[in-house]
Design a protein around this ligand. Structure first.
Ligand code: PDD
Length: 285
């Protein structure tokens, strides 16, 4: 990951990232008590802002943290920061914590003021071989909590799982719970079987991915049949294609799963079509 751009936003004030300071009693530091979003920016424009803003509102509501800004205020502040950091292709990271307090109370005190932090980073270019050779992934048990639909900054389980993948020389850990596919440690997972696109249904067990929405929309526009349904471990292992999707990965092909080829062992034909359309769409939106 590249170094973030110089300018950030802290509680609505633009400042150099090197000068941004928060209290050590901030609840995101003490408890991981906060939520976040990662939004892609192409040609200086936030991609799918609305979907990210809606998910942020859902995450905040689930934690009963008041949304510090209206949607228009969010948009204005993010647009300004993106411009101040030079526009072009980048991504925005934003985090809202419950705020800081005077002690360390498990029960959140009333009236805390949320801390809002936003920074921007240069776009993480996908290495060319991901498109020509695809990714290697492992499967592992989903050891996370029961509210994976909340985009919480408390990512310890995800980090351990991703570390496990990295130690196995893999790009992502694809997670299984009760014999069914949930998602990746930091991505959603899609499966192609018999020409159909299958995606696990949204539930408390996985994050409602914004890129997942784009992938489904593209599949529909290309006439690829799509079903949202439970995917068993056996279906995952016998898939013709497997894709990972996230704001920063876009849509990427998995060609090796637990040291076995996925399909032919090369990026599949449906991935090629969806990826090509994604590249056009992100510049048009
Ligand atoms: N993560 N599931 C998990 C657990 C994730 O962390 C992410 C993305 C996704 C995909 O969501 P989206 O398509 O909206 O990016 C699914 C971001 C990119 C991150 O943590 O950096």
């Amino acid at each position: 990951m590249s170094k973030p751009f110089d300018l950030c936003l802290l509680d609505g004030v633009q400042m150099p990232l090197s000068q941004a300071r928060i209290s050590p009693l901030d609840r995101s530091f003490l408890f991981g008590d906060g939520v976040y979003e990662v939004i892609p920016v192409y040609d200086g424009r936030l991609f799918r802002f609305q979907a990210h803003a809606e998910r942020l509102a859902r995450s905040l509501a689930a934690l009963r943290i008041p949304d510090p800004y209206s949607r228009t205020q969010w948009r204005e502040q993010l647009d300004q920061l993106v411009r101040a950091n030079g526009g072009g292709d980048q991504y925005v990271y934003l985090q809202v914590s419950r705020g800081h307090e005077e002690g360390r109370n498990h029960i959140p005190p009333q009236g805390l003021v949320p801390t809002v932090f936003v920074y921007c980073s240069p776009w993480p270019q996908t290495p060319a071989e991901v498109f020509t050779e695809g990714l290697k992934c492992i499967t592992t048990a989903d050891t996370r909590w029961a509210r994976c639909d909340i985009k919480s900054v408390a990512l310890l389980a995800n980090i351990l799982l991703r570390q496990q993948a990295a130690e196995a020389g893999a790009s992502e850990a694809i997670l299984l719970r009760d014999g069914k596919l949930t998602e990746g440690s930091a991505s959603t997972v899609h499966v192609i079987s018999g020409g159909q696109l299958l995606t696990p249904p949204n539930s408390h067990r996985l994050l409602p991915g914004t890129t997942r929405g784009v992938v489904i929309e593209i599949a529909e526009s290309l006439g690829i049949e799509h079903r949202s349904e439970d995917i068993t471990e056996a279906q995952l292992r016998s898939a013709d294609e497997i894709w990972l999707a996230s704001a920063t990965r876009e849509v990427q092909p998995v060609t090796r799963l637990d040291d076995r080829n996925v399909g032919t062992g090369l990026p599949g034909p449906l991935w090629q079509r969806v990826h090509a359309r994604y590249q056009t769409l992100k510049r048009e939106s």
